[in-house]
Design a protein around this ligand. Structure first.
Ligand SMILES: [Zn+2]
Ligand SMILES: [Zn+2]
Ligand SMILES: [Zn+2]
Length: 91
């Protein structure tokens, strides 16, 4: 890893039962992939989605870390460092 994320102490949770983008549902939009905020549990859509709700959640809250909640994926991304942090172990 070329750089290190200093935000790992922001991780409060790593799982959710919510597998929809609530903000997209409100406006009747669809999404491509989902990202889970590891600080507050917000689920938002990825940057390939029209609304980019995960990125917008970071811009609004400064919660730095998200993980992919796509099946079989456990990588963590840090918005603050613009860095792929790595895989969550045991998930
Ligand atoms: Zn970081
Ligand atoms: Zn969305
Ligand atoms: Zn959050």
């Amino acid at each position: 890893m070329p750089a290190e994320c200093t935000h790992l102490n922001h991780i409060k949770l790593t799982h959710t039962d919510n597998h929809v983008c609530e903000d997209c549902i409100k406006t009747g939009d669809t999404w491509v992939h989902l990202r889970l905020c590891l600080e507050c549990g917000h689920v938002g859509c990825c940057d390939s989605s029209k609304n980019k709700h995960a990125t917008r959640h970071y811009q609004a809250t400064k919660h730095p870390l998200v993980r992919s909640i796509e099946p079989g994926e456990s990588w963590v991304w840090c918005y603050a460092d613009d860095l792929m942090v790595g895989e969550l172990r045991g998930h």
